[in-house]
Design a protein around this ligand. Structure first.
Ligand SMILES: Nc1ncnc2c1ncn2[C@@H]1O[C@H](COP(=O)(O)OP(=O)(O)OP(=O)(O)O)[C@@H](O)[C@H]1O
Ligand SMILES: [Mg+2]
Length: 322
């Protein structure tokens, strides 16, 4: 594994393309029947696919994810292959897959609840004890991939689903690859989500499961402080910051919170620029997270932020609401 020693120039970053196009309005597919599943309401739309709630002939609920256009079929086909390789209670369960009108689709179990991104974007507090359980369960899900030699490569709050009973499901395996295949599939492009991307992936270098450990560190940082560790005014600037800039320690970023001893070190180790200096396994990171406590007055809490919208809510205001 190469460490990030070479600093790409700004022009390099400007030249990179994110794999996702801007979300586009997809054709309305409600009531279309695909492979025995009748599509109902739209429940999600990303840059590559649209997700519908669906019913089978016995009126049981499922979800069907369909590529936005043929050019994203490869990502959907990869996801359906990965779902077939994975079997874990914290990972979305695939049911079947195929092609409809030239576009790839995947039928999966239907998940009640909403994404962690949705929860983090809502005004309010995510109590630390709840946040901690979410990240530790994410570690379990990632362990299922890593032990099979796979890296998820797009670990973000939008790809973590929170169920009403407090459990989670990791989803969106479109970019998942074997460790020796973890590099941009198209030369000169960057795949994934810049705000959560490991420096080596942001630099277009070969990477592995330790890129997921970094992304988990970004989510951990956000849940602990209410802010992202690094953010730029553009995707290119955000990538450059992940490559070159060290974030503030959580205790410096969220001065109103009282972190237990060693909390800063856990987060900063997960976010080390050099993958060889990070936790080397996701279960080591999980163990370290289990030791973290955050105190604020009578309640333990994290601040909140509208992270996905790219805006930051005053951390102090969130603390006051605690
Ligand atoms: N099985 C499901 N049950 C319920 N909701 C789902 C399911 N699958 C996906 N969703 C919802 O749809 C959203 C988009 O799903 P997913 O991330 O798989 O698609 P995507 O097109 O790859 O998205 P993006 O490009 O934004 O990452 C998720 O954030 C989630 O809220
Ligand atoms: Mg997604």
């Amino acid at each position: 594994m190469r460490s990030v020693t070479k600093t790409p120039s700004h022009s390099h970053v400007r030249a990179v393309r994110k794999k996702r196009a801007k979300p586009r309005e997809s054709a309305v597919l409600t009531d279309r029947v695909i492979d025995g599943f009748t599509l109902k309401e739209k429940i999600g739309e990303g840059g590559t696919a649209v997700v519908y709630a669906a019913e089978d002939r016995e009126k049981r609920r499922f979800a069907v994810k369909i590529a936005l256009s043929k050019k994203f079929n490869g990502i959907l086909d990869n996801e359906s292959e990965r779902l077939g390789q994975l079997d874990h209670p914290a990972i979305l369960k695939g049911i079947s897959s195929g092609t409809t009108y030239g576009r790839s689709y995947i039928a999966t179990e239907y998940l009640e609840g909403q994404s962690l991104a949705h929860e983090m974007g809502k005004p309010g507090i995510i109590p630390w004890e709840k946040a901690k359980k979410i990240v530790m369960r994410l570690c379990d899900a990632l362990h299922e991939l890593h032990r099979k030699g796979l890296a998820h490569r797009d670990v973000t709050p939008g790809n973590i689903h929170l169920l009403p009973d407090g459990s989670i499901k990791l989803l969106d395996f479109g970019l998942t690859q074997e460790f020796d295949q973890c590099f941009p599939q198209k030369p000169g492009s960057i795949e994934g989500s810049p705000k959560y991307m490991a420096p080596e992936a942001a630099a277009g270098l070969k990477h592995d499961h330790r890129a997921d450990i970094y992304s988990t560190g970004v989510i951990l940082y956000a849940l602990m402080t209410g802010d992202l560790p690094l953010r730029g005014d553009s995707e290119g600037e955000t990538l450059m910051k992940h490559i070159n800039e060290d974030p503030q320690k959580p205790s410096e970023r969220a001065k109103h919170l009282d972190f237990s001893e060693g909390a800063d070190e856990v987060v900063m180790k997960a976010l080390d620029k050099d993958p060889t200096k990070r936790y080397q396994s996701i279960l080591e990171l999980k163990e370290a997270i289990s030791e973290i406590s955050i105190y604020h007055g009578l309640s333990c809490c994290t601040a909140y932020a509208t992270l996905e919208a790219g805006e930051i809510t005053e951390v102090g205001a969130a603390a006051a609401a605690c």
